[in-house]
Design a protein around this ligand. Structure first.
Ligand SMILES: Nc1ccn([C@@H]2O[C@H](COP(=O)(O)OP(=O)(O)OP(=O)(O)O)[C@@H](O)[C@H]2O)c(=O)n1
Ligand SMILES: C[C@](O)(CO)[C@H](O)COP(=O)(O)O
Length: 271
């Protein structure tokens, strides 16, 4: 049976902290939307056979248009409505993948990736898929933490007070794409479904739902380029990183839809 890795690309957030007045996934970096950057890199990995993108209900068409306008997305994609939390949005993407799966050709790997991490490279996508196929049921990219981390007591009427210093040698800042054996992620989302309706109770990533099942989660090296865009500062940093990549590796295939050469339009639907 031919193995098939599929992806859920989350883009249904509001982008309140970015504050641009549009969903974060539609913010632009070098004349391409964040969701377009992320999808084109998933596609460029050559590992993914289809992408389901979650969008805010009111911006379904705009997200589709953004993807249609992005050069370099050669794998089939489609857009579904997201939910009230990231966890709910991923669940909606998984439901769409499950609904349309050919039982004769089941998926072996599913990636969950954030449009908010537009510069995660095609190489990182491949690394995560490979680790799942080598037998890790759940895989996250992670980077060592470089700051000294303190725990604090928070008080309503005074400054925070430090209660301890955490051993940072055992900490990792985890990123997306996160990769999973298909059946395992379905099981993890089913078990944690009661948390998904509210962002305050929802899991902030998918691997924590796997942890809650008592299953192992493995770490592969992450990358600085896979930074999460939360504020305008992050967007500015990503712009600098992208400019450096384009200048330094114009000839290399990084999966970026942005090059200094004219690009050719590609098919615009998930078909
Ligand atoms: N209900 C939600 C909330 C978030 N996301 C996605 O999950 C990723 C990480 O979320 P976050 O960075 O928190 O994005 P926003 O929710 O858009 O940001 P903010 O909290 O500032 O509004 C993003 O790709 C976002 O689009 C989603 O698909 N559905
Ligand atoms: C999934 C994630 O990108 C891993 O670091 C992160 O947890 C998303 O967090 P957010 O609170 O939704 O921004």
């Amino acid at each position: 049976m031919t193995p098939s890795a599929v992806a859920v690309l989350t883009a249904a957030g509001s982008g309140a902290r970015l504050g641009l007045g549009c969903p974060k996934a539609l913010a632009e970096l070098a004349a391409c939307t964040l969701v377009g950057h992320a999808a084109s890199r998933l596609s460029a990995s050559g590992q993914i056979t289809q992408i389901v993108v979650t969008a805010p209900a009111a911006h379904h068409a705009a997200v589709s248009e953004a993807l249609s306008a992005t050069p370099g997305i050669t794998v089939p994609w489609r857009v579904v409505e997201g939910g009230p939390s990231r966890q709910a949005s991923v669940a909606a993407g998984l439901a769409e993948l499950a609904r349309t799966m050919d039982p004769a050709a089941p998926y072996d790997v599913v990636l969950v990736h954030d449009a908010a991490r537009p510069l995660a490279s095609a190489a990182l996508v491949s690394r995560v898929v490979a680790a799942v196929r080598e037998g890790a049921g759940a895989v996250v990219p992670g980077l060592p933490v470089t700051d000294t981390i303190k725990s604090v007591a928070v008080s309503a009427d005074g400054p925070e007070r430090v209660t301890g210093t955490v051993d940072r040698s055992v900490l990792r800042a985890v990123q997306t794409p996160q990769g999973f054996a298909w059946e395992l992620l379905l099981r993890a989302h089913a078990a944690g479904a009661d948390r998904a309706q509210d962002e305050s109770t929802a899991a902030t990533d998918d691997s924590s739902l796997v942890e809650a099942l008592g299953e192992a989660v493995h770490v592969v090296p992450g990358e600085a380029e896979a930074l999460k865009i939360t504020t305008t500062y992050d967007l500015a940093v990503a712009g600098l990183l992208l400019a450096e990549t384009v200048a330094g590796a114009d000839a290399a295939d990084t999966g970026s839809p942005v090059t200094s050469q004219p690009t050719t339009a590609v098919p615009t639907t998930g078909a």
